[in-house]
Design a protein around this ligand. Structure first.
Ligand code: NDP
Length: 238
């Protein structure tokens, strides 16, 4: 039997595709998101679905304990949950900055803390953090989002230094534009229209499963091989 994988934000987009792919490869899964009905609707075998907001550390940890009682220790955590709220820095409501840092950064740190001590003690495990091309390249109207994704890169690199000797792998997957619900939460119609125009100019963007394949590839390497980072984007994205 393959080992337990935890996926945050599996109720849509990239997380949902990762869940489908890793399930088809035989992994038991713990799927987390706020919209639990969309997790259960995936109807994947050997899968526990829990309504967890990743900013709530206690419920994140108790969902992991419940899954471990059922399927054994977590072998891989995929920190995928994220929000992108684009806006002009001088007019954007600061609660949106807070939300991006809470989910994209604090949620990810909560996940790392929930699994790392056990991985270090067992001398094995993998944490895959979904960052973005916006985690190493800037874009207008993305100040807080880029800030949160640059943080994901910095956190992954730092933690890798701390856990390398314990044979725990820290991996960043950084996608370019992918067709998901991500943009829909931005409130400015003008910015949304500009983003849609940019996607059309490129002649289309990645599908969520393009990212899921990269995740699967990195995870499937032998434990002594750490694919530190994969950046993938539509070929026409500059
Ligand atoms: P979606 O909006 O389709 O999915 C986001 C997921 O995150 C949903 O499942 C949502 O579930 C979950 N989520 C949001 N907030 C929380 C929270 N507080 N607690 C738990 N889960 C939460 O977008 P994508 O699939 O595109 O995004 C997935 C990741 O990929 C994000 O980290 C994003 O930044 C990154 N990314 C996306 C790109 C793109 O172009 N689409 C490009 C580069 C990176 P629910 O609402 O049910 O809680």
């Amino acid at each position: 039997m393959k080992k337990l994988v935890v996926i945050t934000g599996a109720s849509s987009g990239i997380g949902e595709s990762i869940a489908r792919r890793l399930s088809s490869e035989g992994h038991p899964l713990l799927l987390l998101a706020r919209r639990v009905e969309r997790l259960t609707a995936l109807n994947l075998p050997n899968t526990l679905c829990e309504a967890v907001d990743v900013t709530d550390k206690a419920s994140f940890e108790s969902a992991i304990a419940k899954a471990e009682a059922q399927f054994g220790a977590v072998d891989c955590l995929i920190n995928n949950a994220g929000v992108m709220l684009l806006g002009q820095i001088d007019t954007q409501d600061s609660s949106e900055f807070q939300r991006m840092f809470d989910v994209n950064v604090m949620g990810l740190l909560n996940g790392i803390q929930a699994v790392l001590a056990s991985m270090k003690a067992r001398q094995t495990g993998t944490v895959i953090n979904i960052s973005s091309i916006a985690g190493f390249k800037t874009f207008a109207n993305h100040a807080a989002y880029c800030g949160s994704k640059y943080a994901v890169h910095a956190i992954t690199e730092t933690v890798r230094e701390e856990v390398a000797a314990s044979d725990v792998r820290m991996i960043t997957i950084a996608p370019g534009a992918v067709e998901t619900e991500l943009l829909s939460h931005t409130t400015s119609d003008e910015i949304k229209a500009g983003y849609d125009g940019w996607k059309q100019q490129m002649g289309g963007v990645l599908a969520p499963d393009d990212v899921a394949r990269a995740v699967s590839f990195a995870y499937a390497q032998p434990q002594n091989v750490c694919i530190r980072e994969i950046a993938l984007a539509p070929t026409r994205q500059e």
